[in-house]
Design a binder for this molecule. Structure first.
Ligand code: PMP
Length: 464
């Protein structure tokens, strides 16, 4: 069931844009540049389709920010929120109290998570959950009598959030440059991005080498000082970097050898995105902690959390953990998440991604490599990326600054009523998991047309 259309009398677009520019500071945005151009105003959405203030209907191949897994406009989620708001709009879980939505959601997550993971610490977002993880793994080792284990290893070009802790875990140099990040004790190793960094190595050799960079970093820091390694099963915001098959088995061997905790950041990969409930299943990883958010509620409510192993839960449970957020286990967010998980499960959405629409999208998406501008296509379930290049054979980068052609392509997509994102010169899709085969066809048609137009423009501007 979907939400009935709410026709509203909107002020003119230009007026809304001017008011937005006057008072609203946007995330990850050059404010002055946007003010000049005017933000696109999204007014409503249904399934995989957005409507803007000019009446355009736009195919959202990014599911918002990788999060609207069940699609827009689900009336059941509206009702779950309204019911919970009427019953108990807020209560905390700090001082020896709890409530039914938090009980039911944590129980359900324990069912869905790998066998050895049965406890959840709730947060309001992925960033908050990763901040929890920093404190949790350090507290874990402290309680185990190894307080010197404080170092956390992450990867360049990872994204783990925007708070000071999670932004430090992330490997985005542009973020580190602002506001004094990273915090002490966070160390980064290179990413398994074969296309951009693999040189003459085979993908498998390169994947193994990039995993072994973890062992080198552990030895450099001293194995007794390392608390954890954190990684996304498939890097998302870094450009949907699907690691070579050799990567995760070697990482798993290394974390096991040194007894280091493994944090799988499932904020994007979780809840069906890769065709299983968790990306860890798809990649064959056995994490100690999983970060969750986004698809947990399909973005209908802000909620995140850390699902932890029985071993970690037991150790952490041995003392007071001085940590928590006002909205940890928010009852309305929990109620909506529970209903969202019911929809994902009962409508067979995760299974369909694995067996039907995922393989269909993969086949169509990989056909984009026939376009002269596209070097490689990588896709797992419903997260994929293509690399734009002026020369496929050498995997060359453009002479122009990284992201110039990618941005151009994104702009052409937008003009063709398709939301795709660019990260540098990679173009990304991560559509709602309910996308139909006909909508996948539309996505690919529009992407192809946008690539044609972007190439023509890049040539006209002398960028190729
Ligand atoms: N981890 C990953 C892998 C993410 O992709 C994101 C958000 N894009 C985050 C953490 C941060 O989540 P949030 O924006 O909800 O704080």
């Amino acid at each position: 069931r979907t939400v009935a259309s709410q026709i509203t009398n909107l002020p003119p677009t230009a007026e809304l844009q001017a008011r937005d520019a006057r008072h609203h500071l946007h995330p990850f945005t050059h404010a002055a540049g946007l003010a000049e151009k005017g933000a696109r105003i999204i007014t409503r959405a249904e399934g995989c389709w957005l409507t803007d203030s000019e009446g355009n209907t736009i195919l959202d191949a990014m599911a918002g920010l990788w999060c609207v897994n069940v699609g827009y406009g689900r009336q059941e989620l509206v009702e779950a929120a309204a019911r919970q708001m009427a019953e108990l709009p807020f209560y905390n879980t700090f001082f020896q109290t709890t409530h039914v939505p938090a009980i039911e959601l944590s129980e359900r997550l324990a069912e869905l998570a790998p066998e050895h993971m049965n406890r959840v610490f709730f947060a309001g977002s992925g960033s908050e959950a990763n901040d929890t993880n920093i404190r949790m793994v350090r507290t874990y080792w402290d309680l185990k009598g190894q307080p010197e284990r404080v170092n956390i290893i992450s990867r360049w070009n990872a994204y783990h959030g925007s708070s000071v802790g999670s932004g430090s875990l992330g490997g985005m140099k542009g973020m580190h440059a602002q506001g004094g990040m990273p915090i002490p004790g966070i160390h980064h190793i290179d990413q398994p991005n074969w296309w951009a960094e693999g040189g003459d190595m085979s993908p498998e050799d390169f994947g193994r080498a990039r995993a072994q960079a973890l062992e080198e970093k552990i030895l450099e820091l001293g194995p007794d000082t390392v608390a954890a390694f954190i990684a996304e099963p498939v890097q998302g915001a870094g450009g949907v970097i699907v690691p070579p098959e050799s990567y995760w088995p070697e990482v798993s061997r290394i974390v096991e050898k040194y007894g280091i905790l493994l944090i799988a950041d499932e904020v994007i990969c979780g809840f069906g995105r890769t065709g299983n409930w968790f990306g860890s299943e798809t990649m064959g990883i056995r994490p100690d902690i999983m970060t969750i958010a986004k698809g947990l509620s399909s973005g209908y409510q802000p909620i995140g959390g850390s699902i932890v192993s029985d071993e970690v839960a037991e150790v952490i449970g041995g003392a007071e953990f001085n940590h928590g957020y006002t909205y940890s286990g928010h009852p309305v967010a929990c109620a909506v998440a529970l209903e969202n998980l019911r929809i994902l499960d009962e409508e067979g959405i995760v299974t369909r991604v694995r067996t039907e629409t995922g393989p269909y999208l993969k086949q169509k998406f990989e056909s984009l490599t026939e376009h002269p501008l596209v070097g490689e296509a990588k896709i797992v379930g419903m997260m994929g990326s293509i690399a734009l290049t002026p020369d496929k054979a050498s995997r060359a980068a453009f002479a122009a600054d990284a992201g110039t052609v990618g941005y151009l392509c994104r702009e052409r997509c937008f003009a063709n009523n398709l939301v795709m994102r660019h990260v540098g010169d990679r173009m990304i899709v991560s559509p709602p998991l309910v996308i139909s085969k006909a909508e996948i066809d539309t996505l690919i048609e529009r992407a192809w047309r946008s690539l044609d137009e972007a190439m023509a423009e890049a040539e006209a501007q002398g960028l190729m």
